[in-house]
Design a protein around this ligand. Structure first.
Ligand code: TYM
Length: 376
């Protein structure tokens, strides 16, 4: 169980300790999302998406430049992805829900990368078939998120190696071992597949440019853990005549335990999109909260929603209405709302969401092939 006292670590493969997002902006050299940028997005969207309004997306690189181009009638592509090492949880859905929103506003084409190769290389126990199987399964969650079939291509890395490799070698030739060592913490005992892999994750940033011959900018929505990949990709881009990929970064949806992001390595603190209603309810019932040990104390002293995953799930995903959210916050603080009641309310919303998502996942099986990127 990651504890809040541990030193903060944020890499594509490990997130632990208490996350200080302002420090990450400084250390990773990104920019905070300013009111000015939010206003510009609001102008295009009509209203600000919940994930922007509530600060879930908090940082960016070159988003202002992407907006400049868009406002000058230039198109850009979106790019996001998934490392298919197991079932998808609701934390993974956060950037996908937002990416769909961006696709709706800007009408952009989306490349969605499934890195079955990355997961094979990182997990010693995996044979190659395991992450590929998860990739096809997880693609159903991607489709269920509602992307436009006419504008979305899911790239299965191993299957699409022909297309990816031709671009990856050009990228890899311009990245030194010392750069990836510094960015990803590789050591002499890292396998050479994973040392090469950052070139593969960089490819979709430039795929539209390579396929069309027109230099097309790219915007990547993802949680901040993926940032080392983009630092390397941005370094290389000008050397190959591409635009540097832009990013918009989100925070991590917490798990149901005390502290730490939602992570499949702690399945009991994770709500998977394939969980049954009973599983989800049970996990929520057992969750950590910001409550007091006894009902009497809670009534008297109130709870602390600022450390409570139950409150955070409403805040980030399940309560659209700002007024209702504020009421819940106040009721938690004042001791009017007990944790058991709040958990039951959230469980109902999560169950409704899962039922709907699972129906869409089933339907997605009929259209999966349409979404797959086919190598020439
Ligand atoms: P993966 O599978 O670890 O994560 C998929 C996406 O989910 C984000 N994420 C989270 N967001 C909010 N709360 C959480 N608790 C949480 N956990 C994970 C990740 O940042 C990611 O956006 N190497 C990548 C696959 C990939 C990719 C990409 C991701 C390939 N190309 C382009 C983003 C953009 C991976 O293993 O993601």
């Amino acid at each position: 169980m990651p504890s809040n006292e541990e030193e903060m670590v944020v890499t594509p493969w490990t997130v632990s300790g208490k996350i200080d997002y302002s420090r990450l902006i400084e250390e990773f050299g990104t920019q905070p999302l300013t009111d000015d940028i939010l206003k510009r997005i609001e102008k295009h969207a009509g209203q600000l998406h919940l994930q922007l309004r509530r600060g879930l997306f908090f940082s960016h690189r070159d988003l202002d430049w992407i907006l400049d181009l868009y406002e000058a009638d230039r198109r850009f592509v979106l790019y996001t992805g998934r490392g298919p090492s197991g079932p998808v949880h609701i934390g993974h859905l956060v950037p996908w829900i937002f990416t769909k929103h961006l696709q709706d506003i800007f009408g952009s084409k989306l490349y969605f990368q499934m890195t079955d190769d990355e997961k094979f290389l990182i997990h010693p126990e995996f044979n190659l078939e395991t992450p590929t199987r998860f990739a096809y399964d997880n693609a159903l969650d991607v489709i269920a998120a509602g992307f436009d079939p006419a504008k979305t291509k899911i790239i299965m890395d191993v299957e699409s190696a022909g297309t990816l490799y031709k671009i990856a070698v050009k990228i890899a030739k311009r990245i030194t071992f010392s750069t990836v060592k510094a960015s990803f913490g590789f050591t002499d005992s890292s396998n050479i597949g994973i040392i090469f892999f950052p070139a593969i994750q960089a490819v979709p940033c430039f795929l539209e440019t390579e396929l069309t011959g027109e230099n097309v900018p790219c915007l990547i929505p993802a949680a901040i853990d993926q940032d080392p990949y983009w630092r390397v990709a941005r370094d290389v881009a000008p050397k190959l005549g591409y635009f540097k990929p832009a990013q918009i970064h989100c925070k991590f949806l917490p798990g149901l335990g005390k502290g730490g992001k939602m992570s499949a390595s702690l399945p009991e603190t994770c709500i998977f999109t394939t969980d049954t209603p009973e599983d989800a309810e049970k996990k929520i019932k057992n969750a950590f909260t910001g409550g007091k040990p006894t009902v009497e104390e809670q009534r008297r002293l109130g709870a602390d929603p600022t450390i409570c995953p139950i409150y955070y799930y409403e805040y980030y995903l399940f309560e659209e209405d700002d007024k209702k959210l504020k009421e819940t916050f106040d009721k938690c603080k004042s001791g009017c709302l007990l944790c058991g009641e709040h958990k039951a309310k959230l469980a109902e919303k999560v169950q409704r969401f899962l039922k709907d998502h699972q129906k869409k996942r089933e339907k997605a099986k009929n259209v999966l092939d349409e979404f797959l990127y086919k190598s020439n």
